[in-house]
Design a protein. Sequence first.
Length: 455
Amino acid sequence: MSTEPAATPTAAVNPFALIRTRGYAVLLVMAAALGVPVSVVAFGFLALVHELQSLTYHSLPRALGFAGTPSWWPVPLLAVAGLLVGLTIRHLPGKGGHRPADGMVSTGAPSSVELPGIMLAALASLGLGAVLGPEAPLIAIGGGLAVFAARLVKPGIEPGASAVMGAAGSFAAISTLLGSPLLGAFLLMETSGLAGMMLGMVLVPGLLASGVGALIFTGLGSWTGLGTYSLALHHVPRATGPDLAQFGWAIVVGLAAAFVGTGIQRLAMFLQARVERRRVVATVVMGLVVGVAALVYAESTGRDASGVLYSGENALDPLLAESAGYSVATLLVLVACKAVAYCASLSSFRGGPVFPSMFVGAAGGIALSHLPGLSLTAGFAMGIGAMCVAMLKLPMTSVLLATLLLGSEGLTVMPLVIVSVVVSYVVTLRLAPPPADAPVAPDTRSGADARPDRG
């Protein structure tokens, strides 16, 4: 991923003094200018992913003589995806980019020579049905292109300014994907760990590029008729005000999401270590696992396998709108199969971890809403927030994703979402193993008191 931490190269610089310089004004102009080409490339990438999904899962089966898409179709297609991704990671520079099982972490803008491998691995993963989102590749592509362009325009650009341009490019690339440029800003801010005035110094160029990017996305969506590929819900049921029962459910949802998310993360990391030993063969196997999970869901529920495939951002609106048609058993099978496919994809393919976590949490929240005391909209929102924070460890982004997505109804359920996110976040951190190099707190007791506690 390409959220390069700009704080490191500029940590010794006084942010107040830097913002007053002429060079910072030039940086803002460059950020605004770079927002245009980066946004065009990002829009083209999303459009290509969409066309590949339509081609491989709709047009191709019909061209081969099938009346529709067979339920077994994802199995061989995901095997092909695994082969393509495995070969790309093994042979092209950059290893296909960010490993999604590692979560949303800051690894720096990729070099120009790494960009082709990142794009190919992401296209093969996302276009052929892996359960990952486009956000991480977009952030990497935006950051890498911005740094490359900045160095072309100004060969002697300083590392700190280059890092800021990389962050601005990432802002522009992801500007409308999450439904709002501000959501993308919060995601990148929490991921990079910036704070104080240094945050403002990087945030202003990023927001400027993001605003330009949003305009470009909107214009291209209208001109091409392809839409903006922005996360949005159009069928949100009216939310009831929080009550004691729903606050109790917020704790339950937070606890459940923490355990489910931790399980997915640990299994994905376990599998990732083994995939990397035999990259090509193991990635093909993981592709088969994703395809079989989709097949099991389709055969056991009678619904389309696409419910398990892909990242899930385009399926959230139909899932909520048609929730009355899903039985609890169907929703539980959907959660289980999506989680398995998500885990396998995290361990081997290339993409982002955000949207599948949202979908798993949403489906789980809808399933719980069949129980007394929990409304549909509250369950949906709390499930998204709690599962997002369990997978991403980004509490502010998780709250905003779950609430801003619902529009005005999100404000009503925000207190519930906050409780579920906090519970999930704290429990997830407690379940995580301590870092190997974590310092041990010294025992300040002396004499007879310095002995193990018993209880």
